[in-house]
Design a protein around this ligand. Sequence first.
Ligand SMILES: [Zn+2]
Length: 290
Amino acid sequence: MNLNTKKIFQKAENGRYAIPQLNVSSADQMKAVVKAAEKLRSPIMFGTSEGESGFLGMEQAVVLANFYEKKTGLPVILNADHTKSLEKVKQYLDAGYNSIHFDGSLLPYEENLELTKKAVKMCREVSEDISVEGELGQIGGTGSSKVFEEKIEIKDEYLTDPKQALEFVETTGVDRLGVSIGNMHGISKVAMPKLDMQRLSELQETLKGKCVLVLHGASGIPDEDVKKSVELGIRKINVNTELRVVFSSAIKEKLEEGEITPYKFIAPAQEKMQKVVEEKMLICGSNGKA
Ligand SMILES: [Zn+2]
């Protein structure tokens, strides 16, 4: 991937749309994302968590991302989602990822600041073109992209403070910031939290031109709210749980019918996942922007 990922987000900022980060754990899922992007001419952004990249293989993910970039002619971003240590940042950079998300949001503020600053420096040493994301404020849920039976409480103190965010962005030099505005990882069957649009407006006002705002945990948030958040300045939307749900339920259905041929039980799951990815691209407005 010979991409300047910072420029891709600059383009999104100028065009006032967002790029959906689609999390994947397998080559099958990457293919589903690519098909959607090809159909809609959207930039591609894969996300892999530490667990997902551990299973898929960092180097394999890079090879596949490069392959799809060449094959489709679309810009491809491969983002290391929620990287928790500098050792892992190094591994991702060595493997060839062109986008890094360092997540120190659960650490004390000063520690998050220090480590994120170091992560940014490590990325810059490899290339100035790599877009780096930091995270400030606590996103609701346990951190797992799963379906919860209970309601997830989001305390006021979890939410990102605009003033602190400005200091964080200026000190660390991050290109993107994952913010907590009432969003959660995963989907709650009982009630999804409401996004604090007022806070988002304040964050956008404070950080305009300094970094790109990112919404984690977009699964389960009503389309209208996601659209509104894009209008208010969100330029990257992270989607994982919804893809997991649709992919695994389609496989389960086929297995229950007695299907044993992998390409016969995986293909319908890819098709269903592709549909969800297309919906997300349309909501973000990234269609036609490749
Ligand atoms: Zn996240």
